[in-house]
Design a protein around this ligand. Sequence first.
Ligand code: HEC
Length: 198
Amino acid sequence: MHDEFKLLSGAMVTLALATSALVVLPFIQLKGVEPPKGLKPYTSAQLRGREVYIKNGCIYCHSQQPRDKAQAPDDQRGWGRAPVAGDYYYDKPHLLGTMRTGPDLFNIGARQPSQDWHLGHLYQPRAYTPGSIMPSYPFLFEAKDKADAGERVVALPPGYNPGGKVVVATQEALDLVTYLQGLDHTYPVFETIAGTKK
Ligand code: HEC
């Protein structure tokens, strides 16, 4: 009985320590974080696009967290500065990602602002990046003989229109691209870390 009591108290102490280190301390550290001035809340179209990003598993290949200059040449790759906590203020859930089969997308809106490029690239990545291993997302588009009024026709490179049809974007594709275009965290951040301006 004595040993069981020891085992149980040991387990409780371990759990309490882990909870403090992984939940309580980070909460105290981050609860005062404010959004940087340059960061705008998501629009409703961007939020819908974010759902499409989540639903289609873009996070399995794309991160949204460029590393600091001291750790990796992400800045030279054009992925932008290292993020600060406030950059993720409106991100619920955050989409940091752990895999980087494709490039980091934290600043893709600044790097690639073209709606045409994004729509075409989602329809067929290999039409823009030969040999790309990114999956194509044809189900976010519709191939038709003729586009109806008001429909967004995708301007594909020659030879990529299926059977001479036109490819029109669904609302989901348009929302996803609006989200991607909005991924721009290139505004300056000034955070005082131990007295040094970064
Ligand atoms: C299987 C891995 C994989 C998945 C899943 C994936 N991608 Fe990619 N993505 C890549 C690779 C590899 C590249 C680089 C080659 C290229 O440009 O196609 C890329 C490139 C991109 C680029 C251009 C980045 C740049 O810096 O030029 C964008 C934008 C993009 N992906 C968006 C998406 C979105 C949105 C989704 C989800 C709908 C998605 N990707 C899903 C692998 C993936």
